[in-house]
Design a protein around this ligand. Structure first.
Ligand SMILES: [Zn+2]
Length: 313
């Protein structure tokens, strides 16, 4: 985790290293951004570990990582807003003496989703921190965090995820190499899409028909994708899978390499096809995807897409 952090969030790592190596541990941190789990663990470990920066192997570090360290509380404003009562619970917990005889940590995620009373209680806690008690807050929207809270915290701003980092997150969550690559090209963040396994199947069938069974394209699309999905986000995902797969197909037609097994397979079967048609398809699909964003009639748009794709020889 340390090496990944150094590589992907060098500024954040530098700040932590300076403070922790010089024994200037702030009592409150505010992590700004999404996908902060790695940093959250690393920061908590570094606060508690006997080494200045988390060693990641001692019993403390390993229990923090497994969420079983007793002197840590985690509260999230992701689903429901944070109430004054929640903060009073935390205050009571933090006032007790530490089980492990080391520091105690309370974590509040998405701190901007707190009631006014709750945020005032939080403010009191960071203004008069107890000995050996540390706060870690996170927010995906720093504009909605009170400046008085921000000024009491060491702010750690995460870089937006790069493609490689997103791909790694998908791999860590047991997606196949091909799917992880594909999704990292589509999304700017790690998101789980419920319908993904079905939509990717439909999209790959669609591409197969497009190249090998064009006569079946309309009827298969009607009973398949178009019939099953009419939500904008599903259609957008479908179009994006088509676009990324075709781009990858075009790219790999020169290198014969791809992380997507379906693309390798398509490439093998497409031996005699003029590659420029792939570019034409991509162009049509990009235009359709663009129009999708402007709230057009979905059925008409799908008809238009089919017409344009079939017209292409
Ligand atoms: Zn350690």
């Amino acid at each position: 985790m340390k090496d990944t952090l150094k590589q992907e969030q060098p500024i954040v790592y530098q700040i932590l290293e300076n403070e922790f190596q010089n024994n200037k541990k702030p009592h409150a941190f505010l992590i700004v951004g999404k996908n902060y789990d790695d940093l959250l663990y690393f920061l908590s470990q570094s606060i508690l570990c006997d080494e200045p920066i988390a060693c990641e192997v001692c019993s403390v570090c390993s229990r923090v990582k497994r969420n079983i360290y007793p002197d840590m509380i985690r509260l999230s404003g992701k689903e429901t807003s944070i109430k004054k009562r929640d903060i009073e619970d935390i205050q009571a917990q933090m006032a007790k003496s530490s089980v492990e005889g080391k520091g105690k940590i309370y974590i509040i995620e998405e701190i901007q989703n707190s009631s006014k009373e709750a945020i005032n209680s939080i403010l009191k806690m960071v203004e008069e921190p107890l000995d050996n008690v540390y706060a870690i807050f996170t927010t995906s929207n720093i504009d909605r965090v009170l400046p008085t809270v921000i000024s009491r915290c060491q702010v750690l701003k995460l870089n937006p995820n790069n493609k490689a980092a997103i791909e790694r997150l998908y791999l860590e969550n047991n997606f196949s190499e091909g799917d992880a690559y594909l999704l990292s090209q589509i999304f700017n963040d790690f998101v789980i899409v419920e319908n993904f396994p079905n939509i990717i199947k439909e999209a790959l069938n669609f591409i197969d028909d497009l190249f090998f069974k064009k006569d079946n394209l309309i009827i298969n699309a009607q009973i398949g994708f178009i019939n099953k999905y009419n939500k904008k986000e599903d259609v957008s995902l479908f179009l994006n899978i088509l676009i990324v797969t075709l781009k990858e197909l075009y790219r790999s037609s020169y290198t014969s390499k791809s992380k997507m097994v379906d693309v390798i397979d398509l490439n093998r079967r497409l031996m005699s096809i003029d590659r420029s048609i792939i570019l034409n398809y991509i162009e049509i699909l990009l235009d359709i995807e663009y129009q999708l964003e402007s709230n057009v009639n979905m059925n008409l748009l799908m008809d238009k897409m089919m017409y344009q794709l079939l017209k292409m020889k």
